[in-house]
Design a protein around this ligand. Structure first.
Ligand code: BGC
Length: 756
């Protein structure tokens, strides 16, 4: 939206090509001066190192390439001084002086790292998500960054996939809202302002549907599923004005996304009207070679013609496009169009007016890691936690007495930030031990590690390939366990911080077994056997399979990877300064065999009995229930909420009308608290099989203890629509059922009819 508004305000009128759009005169003027080599140069995104190299190639001779006009952008470079050095080469030493885009992966905060995106999504609070993105943009731009490789809006329904941590979970409705909030937060309403940066919607498309949850694996999906379940968040973020899109590693319908014309041009530009530029993922262009699509020249030509504008790191464009042009495999117009899109982004960022606008050396001190930013990170973390279980109301703890704080993550600074936080610094993170002492100074808090994150040396080696996150203690596992048990026995209450190390989720961190590692299971068992009250603080970048732990007499607070304020935020919630309000945004399975599992699954022609009992010749398992351990939208509070009196304002609506559901929510417990009121919709009869129910609205409300509120959620005409077999976005007349409640198993329901 903002991007389009700006373009419209600033552009001239010449129109060319299939993706006709209005032109920016200054960009056209510049294009007229450019040689073909210079145009190709703008399509090249390099990294001189300093970031995370996720592919095998690292850029060389970056300085001389910038000088030669062979670089459109850089990433992995930060700080006003370093960026200035690079920008000065581009501006002063290259023939046309075109400034560089400076990209970065600011996935969950720049230096002030806040919870991993899956955690942040659990807040269901769009204002907070936007504020988080704004803070990230202010910090990153203070350090010279003008382009962010975020938001990642890939729908993920397979928690084996490590990158489920980086997105907003399983649901397209919620995922769309979060994508929009992040784009707004990064881009603001003026991309030329010095505290806003270009967003990059990734990974286009379907990256989260990798077969078997293995990263970078193939994707094969019907168009109906794609359009209804997987594409909406990309579209929403693009409609919100995202300036760029990143193509994904996987194939879509047999063609890698980076060279997929249907995806990058027919759908993205022609159907959706996207006017920004498309960058590849890290060497995803070159990776079309092992995908089996041809040699570097062939795949580069294919990608350009498909609609890719910028090649990340691989230099396929840089080294082969001229040859392809000479051989008639690409046209000059193909190259010019891609170059134009990159230049337009620079123009819109204000870089042509002032290439050094993001390079005020006073800003880092003023804008980065400020007290206010850390306070926001702490607040965001508290809002991301999900109370999974509160046995005997063990939580919240009193800030007194003798507390045994145990577990391999209780005093592990290096695991607090979570995956993809390369700009953050784990040395600045608050451990849980520190947080407890800060928040409950009068309690007696003693710590014992109790277990290694994992005792499996091979597994630890793999996890540690990006830095030492799993430290295998030199003491014997038995001795560690014994120490923790002794401590537990002499304490009033035990808090065990267990789960996954930072690099057990994230990119290239898929797992086939997503339970708590054996070493920690033993610890939990031994602690429970002491008979002391036990609260588990569970840390992970994905839903875990925890059926055994869930059955134990313990409380469980899920905290994801909370970021730089981890310990303080966890203490805020454990000691009741904040009453948890987070809700799961991805279903928690009973076991890996149930995957993929998500709330909006189809009913099938042979639905399993409602009772959950096994029945032969029905769609169920012999050895596990169909129901997950914890449904989408689930999350408890220290108080209890009661829902009642659900009413719809209309029993019948016309095609263009909306309908509102009103429900009374009462805080019936002993604490003030927030509840996320969720509305699910079921289309009872339609031309393609409907999902059992789908999230179509939610509202987070604050209720004082004893207070009741009426909450109204309105369904628009579009909320009733879906993509039919012809991929038309339609609603079909008939009956709909509305469910409202505290999670996706909500039982209160009412029906209405959509008229012919
Ligand atoms: C990831 C992207 C990231 C890029 C640049 C890739 O490996 O898939 O999400 O933006 O690296 O760091």
């Amino acid at each position: 939206m903002y991007y389009k508004k700006l373009l419209l305000a600033l552009m001239g009128f010449a129109v060319m090509g299939a993706n006709a759009q209005k032109r920016i005169p200054q960009v056209e003027e510049l294009l007229n001066k450019m040689t073909i080599e210079e145009k190709i140069g703008q399509l090249n995104l390099l990294t001189p190192g300093g970031g995370v190299a996720t592919g095998e190639v690292v850029s060389k001779d970056v300085g001389s390439k910038i000088k030669n006009g062979q670089v459109g952008g850089l990433f992995g470079v930060a700080g006003p001084d370093r960026v200035r050095q690079a920008q000065e080469i581009a501006v002063n030493d290259s023939r046309l002086g075109i400034p560089l885009l400076i990209g970065s992966d600011v996935i969950h905060g720049y230096k002030t790292t806040y919870p991993i995106p899956l955690g942040l999504s659990s807040s269901w609070d769009m204002d907070l998500v936007e504020q988080a993105a704004q803070m990230a943009a202010r910090e990153a731009t203070a350090d010279g960054i003008n382009w962010n490789f975020s938001p990642m809006v890939d729908i993920a329904r397979d928690p084996r996939w490590g990158r489920i941590s980086e997105g907003a979970g399983e649901d397209p409705y919620l995922g769309s809202k979060i994508g929009v909030a992040m784009v707004k937060g990064y881009q603001g309403d003026d991309l030329a302002a010095s505290h806003t940066m270009l967003a990059c919607v990734k990974h286009f498309a379907l990256y989260g549907a990798a077969e078997a949850g293995r990263d970078y694996h193939s994707v094969d999906m019907s168009k109906i599923k794609m359009f209804n379940q997987y594409l909406p968040p990309y579209k929403a973020a693009i409609d919100a004005g995202a300036a760029s899109v990143m193509s994904s590693f996987n194939d879509v319908d047999g063609v890698p996304a980076t060279g997929n014309k249907w995806l990058l041009t027919d759908l993205l530009r022609d159907q959706w009207g996207f006017e920004g530029f498309v960058v590849s993922d890290y060497t995803s262009l070159n990776e079309m070679i092992p995908h089996g699509l041809g040699d570097l020249q062939a795949v580069s030509a294919l990608a350009l013609k498909a609609g890719l504008d910028m090649d990340m790191v691989g230099e396929g464009f840089l080294t082969t496009l001229k040859k392809s042009l000479d051989e008639g495999k690409v046209t000059e117009a193909d190259i010019t169009n891609a170059c134009r899109r990159v230049l337009e982004a620079k123009y819109i960022s204000g870089l042509f007016d002032d290439p050094y606008k993001y390079l005020d050396s006073k800003r880092p001190k003023k804008d980065i890691l400020t007290d206010a930013n850390r306070a926001l990170a702490r607040k965001l973390a508290t809002r991301s936690f999900v109370l999974l279980k509160n046995h005997n109301n063990i939580l919240p703890l009193k800030k007194q007495g003798k507390i045994a704080l145990v577990g391999p993550l209780a005093d592990s600074r290096e695991n607090m930030l979570g995956t993809w936080a390369p700009t953050g610094d784990f040395n600045l993170a608050v451990t849980i031990l520190e947080g407890f002492k800060n928040v409950a100074p009068n309690a007696s808090i003693d710590y014992a590690k109790g277990a290694n994150i994992s005792d499996d040396a091979d597994f630890a080696k793999n996890v540690n390939s990006l830095g030492e996150r799993i430290v295998i203690d030199t003491r014997s596992p038995e001795a560690m366990l014994q120490e923790a048990v002794e401590l537990a026995k002499t304490s009033d209450v035990v808090v065990a911080v267990v789960g996954e190390a930072t690099e057990m989720s994230g990119e290239s961190s898929s797992r086939t077994d997503i339970s708590i590692p054996e070493s920690q299971k033993k610890l939990i068992n031994a602690l429970v056997e002491t008979g002391k009250p036990v609260a588990l603080v569970l840390m992970s970048g994905r839903p875990l399979t925890i059926p055994e732990e869930f059955d134990m007499p313990v409380s469980i607070l899920q905290v994801w990877h909370p970021g730089v304020e981890a310990g303080n935020a966890i203490a805020d919630v454990v000691f009741g300064d904040y009453n948890p309000s987070g809700k799961l945004t991805a279903t928690w399975p009973v076991n890996v065999g149930q995957i993929p599992i998500y709330h909006s699954a189809k009913v099938t022609g042979r639905p399993a009995p409602e009772s959950g009992e096994f029945q032969k010749f029905r769609s169920n398992y012999l050895d596990a229930p169909n129901a997950p351990l914890l449904p989408f939208g689930y999350g408890l509070s220290y108080t209890t909420f009661e829902f009642g009196n659900l009413k719809l304002n209309k029993k019948e609506i016309a095609q263009d009308e909306s309908v509102s559901a009103t429900v009374t929510v009462k805080n019936a417990g002993d604490y003030d608290g927030e509840e996320v009121v969720q509305l699910y919709l079921r289309d009872l009869v339609r031309s393609i099989t409907p999902p059992k129910r789908q999230l179509k609205g939610f509202q987070k409300v604050m209720l004082k203890k004893g207070e009741s509120k009426e909450v109204t959620i309105t369904l628009s005409a579009d909320d009733l629509k879906f993509y039919n077999a012809q991929l038309e976005f339609v609603s079909e007349p008939g009956e709909f059922e509305v469910f409202v409640g505290t999670n996706s198993d909500a039982e209160l329901s009412e029906t209405f009819v959509l008229k012919q």
